[in-house]
Ligand binder design. Structure first.
Ligand SMILES: Nc1ncnc2c1ncn2[C@@H]1O[C@H](COP(=O)(O)OP(=O)(O)O)[C@@H](O)[C@H]1O
Ligand SMILES: [Mg+2]
Length: 444
């Protein structure tokens, strides 16, 4: 708009001057004004463009991205802008890389199973990953920036952190009980240099599971030793009695030999189970899969247990559909699964009870379940009975090593199936397994 105003001055001067000189003067004056106006306007425009550039730079700092609409500048500045653009591109790239790296570190920390707490030189919590939040029962927003004793609230952890902060060089560790339900945690504190003094890193490792498996192992050794010693002591007594003269009475001798055979059977079963489980766990149990009629397999298993059920006055029954799809499985192994389930059902169900083997097919799998009318399984035990060596409190004294269901689980999983257990109040126990239907063999 200012550019236009210079020529517009001329008509105002022209009538007043009347002469060439006046005209020339007016023209020169006009030109001067025009030039001044142009320079002023150019400066304003330049200022506006530089401001636009500055705005883009500010935005660029706020969120890393290239300058979207390049601002055009007069010549000498254009080169500068290009250089600036390049510098920004490089720094943006570096910042993106640094951010990606930070994000990666953050994700690693978050997914670490160990809890990590970082405490700064002022004793304030600087970092607390998810595992630490769970163990300490706190949230990030309630913890970050707060003095650590308010967050950790544990006397032993406090001592540990003080020792590390005081520069006890080797990382010191302690076992503490944290959270609800109580977890056994190994806490490790070490000091590391920070920007404003030494910071303390606290690592919290949940070893509850480890302790539990240690306890299970100890129990197992006690159980197995007991399970081995009892029949061995029985055998020894029987053999000694035979040697002491019972051998001379054929009727007594036969009875004793029968009892010896039973004990030996018992021992063989236990040792076989131990071997079986260790082979299954080591993945050394080859499966010989063939298209199998599960109904027939179930009937065979029931026939094996018929004498034992009858002796204990238990009723064995089936609830099978007219036809089950063919499954591809190792019949010997699945027969063993059925045996282990039936063995438990017979062992735990008091006389007069009933044991039912049922099966049903879905589009993808066959589900088999063994139900009984026994005492059932306490709900606390339900998800543990498939652990090796696990025996419920009530069955501690019953014979068995606690390996049967662990073997069942392994064998079924080897077939690509799953196991489950249910025990509604006063309805006995149901233990089941599924096997995937093999489409290729089913269509044969
Ligand atoms: N049918 C059942 N009724 C009640 N409890 C059962 C039944 N089956 C399994 N259990 C529980 O599961 C535990 C583990 O079973 P298992 O692995 O076969 O070991 P074991 O038979 O040697 O005790 C048993 O000790 C018992 O507490
Ligand atoms: Mg068993």
């Amino acid at each position: 708009p200012l550019l236009l105003s210079a020529p517009m001055l001329l008509p105002e001067f022209a009538p007043a001057a009347g002469g060439i000189l006046a005209l020339a003067l007016a023209a020169a004056l006009g030109a001067l004004v025009a030039v001044l106006a142009m320079r002023w306007s150019a400066r304003r425009e330049l200022a506006a463009r530089v401001q636009a550039l500055q705005r883009q730079l500010a935005a660029h700092h706020a969120e890393v991205r290239p300058l979207r609409e390049p601002v055009s500048l007069p010549d000498p500045l254009e080169g500068l802008r290009a250089q600036l653009d390049e510098a920004l591109r490089v720094s943006g790239e570096q910042r993106r890389l640094a951010e990606a790296e930070r994000e990666r570190l953050h994700r690693i920390l978050e997914h670490l199973s160990d809890g990590i707490v970082i405490i700064d030189a002022e004793g304030k919590v600087r970092l607390l990953n998810r595992a630490a939040q769970e163990l300490l029962g706190t949230g990030r927003s309630r913890a970050i920036g707060r003095p650590y004793p308010e967050v950790l609230r544990d006397y032993e952890l406090d001592e540990l952190i003080r020792a590390a902060a005081a520069g006890v060089t080797s990382p010191s560790s302690r076992f503490v009980e944290l959270g609800r339900p109580r977890r056994t945690v190994q806490a490790l504190a070490s000091s590391l240099p920070g920007p404003s003094g030494p910071m303390v890193t606290l690592i919290l490792r949940d070893i509850t599971e480890l302790r539990r498996t240690e306890a299970i192992r100890r129990d197992f050794i006690a159980n197995v030793s007991h399970d081995l010693r009892t029949p061995l002591a029985g055998l020894q007594a029987l053999v000694e009695t035979l040697l002491d003269g019972a051998l001379d009475d054929p009727a007594v001798a036969r009875d004793f030999l029968n009892r010896i055979a039973t004990e030996v059977d018992h021992l063989t079963r236990l040792v076989t189970q131990l071997l079986e489980l260790s082979r299954a766990e080591a993945g050394q149990l080859p499966l010989h899969r063939v298209p199998t009629d599960l109904s027939a397999l179930i009937q065979q298993a029931l026939a094996r247990f018929e004498p034992r059920a009858r002796a204990k006055e238990l009723e064995l029954e089936t609830n099978l559909p007219a036809e089950l799809p063919v499954v591809s499985c190792d019949p010997e192994r699945i027969g063993q699964v059925l045996s282990n389930l039936l063995d438990n059902a017979i062992k735990f169900t008091p006389p007069g009870g009933r044991i039912t083997v049922s099966a049903e097919a879905t589009a993808t799998e066959v589900r088999v379940a063994v139900s009984d009318t026994g005492p059932g399984i306490p709900s606390d035990d339900l998800d543990r009975i498939f652990e090796r060596f696990y025996k419920g409190d009530r069955s501690r004294s019953a014979s068995g090593s606690g390996l049967g269901l662990a073997i069942v689980k392994h064998l079924v999983q080897l077939h690509g199936g799953t196991v489950w257990a249910a025990s509604p109040p006063r309805s006995g126990a149901t233990i089941g397994f599924s096997l995937p239907v093999d489409f290729t063999s089913a269509s044969q």
